[in-house]
Design a binder for this molecule. Structure first.
Ligand code: FES
Length: 252
């Protein structure tokens, strides 16, 4: 953006703009959607009960690790991985910078401060680097969630499909679309190359890059769908465990 324009806009105070559209709708909706999820996820992670029902296990508690020395909820041992992955995600950074930090609230809308350094200073400048490491850890957690989803077909040694099986499967598919559409993954499989056909394993990398790119183009959609599918999967299993809803099943 033109530096003169930036200075002029920020000099007028928070929210000042010449825009005529309802620019505040997107940041307000983002703030609300994130807040609802954060409140629910925090409660579900700390409560430590009703996270499993039959072959179903809440994604907040997977992989289930509960060493004897750990006194708190089992979810806290692994939840930092998906949390770090989402917090450092390029798209979520845009959402919370705009919705919570208001820096800026939207394009061509004035910020609260002129001293904001963005991602050029500690600690935010390390987020892109950390994101790649969180990606690798999240892929491991995702593999485990696939194992959980496949286990949801096993009803005491008999093959079956319950509504919970479908819910868990849909959740892991959405999480895969979000994870494998990561910008850092796209860079890892196709970055730093001048020519795919000249590189070792070039055609394989080109195919992977095309697949990742396809998902990356809808990364925002996968980000929201997968965020809420995690919460709704936990809610479904929790309601079943509490006997508040009945899990419809077909067992062969
Ligand atoms: S950029 Fe969003 S998950 Fe990597």
């Amino acid at each position: 953006m033109d530096k003169t324009l930036t200075a002029r806009v920020s000099a007028r105070g928070l929210g000042a703009t010449e825009r005529q559209d309802r620019w505040w709708v997107a940041p307000a909706a983002g703030a609300l959607a994130l807040a609802v999820f954060i409140v629910y996820a925090t409660w579900a992670a700390f409560v430590g009960t009703d996270y499993e029902f039959g072959p179903y296990l809440s994604p907040f508690y997977s992989p289930y690790l509960r060493p004897a020395w750990f006194p708190l909820s089992a979810s806290l041992i692994v939840l930092w991985v998906p949390l770090g992955f989402r917090l450092s995600c390029y798209y979520y950074r845009k959402v919370y910078y705009r919705s919570y930090f208001l820096s800026p609230p939207a394009c061509d809308v004035s910020e609260p401060t002129r001293t904001y350094t963005g991602e050029t200073a500690f600690p935010l400048k390390y987020l892109p680097i950390m994101h790649r490491w969180f990606l690798y850890l999240s892929i491991l957690v995702l593999l485990w969630l696939w194992v959980d989803a496949l286990r949801a077909f096993d009803f005491g040694g008999r093959f079956g499909i319950g509504l919970g099986t479908v819910v868990m499967l849909a959740n892991v598919v959405l999480l895969s679309a979000f994870t494998f559409g990561c910008h850092a993954l796209r860079n890892a499989v196709g970055g730093n190359l001048r020519c795919f056909s000249c590189a070792r394993g070039g055609s394989l990398r080109y195919g992977a890059w095309r697949g990742v790119t396809h998902l990356t183009m809808s990364h925002q959609t996968w980000a929201w769908l997968s965020l809420y599918s995690v919460g709704l999967t936990d809610l479904y299993i929790r309601l079943c465990a509490q006997g508040l809803i009945h899990d419809a099943r077909l067992i062969l």
